[in-house]
Write a protein that binds this ligand. Structure first.
Ligand code: FES
Length: 77
């Protein structure tokens, strides 16, 4: 038998299903198969399945988080 089991299909779907989670006092974590598009409509290159988007506005590598939120004391639920 060479077919995929229901568990294989479900597992793959769970890995690619998009999820968005806010981190307390930090970035927004985006997981899954989604495109990130900038304000000009261009697709932002992405090399990882999970990326952290800046929520504080101070990152030097926007739209991604570079950890600056800690240095500036960003606070958000
Ligand atoms: S949220 Fe991390 S640098 Fe802005």
């Amino acid at each position: 038998m060479t077919g995929r089991s229901d568990d294989d299909v479900t597992s793959r779907r769970d890995r690619t299903r998009p999820t968005i989670v806010t981190c307390p006092d930090g970035p927004i974590l985006v997981r899954g198969d989604v495109q990130i598009v900038d304000d000009m409509g261009s697709i932002v290159p992405r090399r990882r399945t999970t990326v952290a988007l800046c929520r504080c506005g101070a990152s030097t590598i926007k739209p991604y988080c570079d950890g600056t939120h800690k240095a500036i004391g960003f606070s958000a639920p």
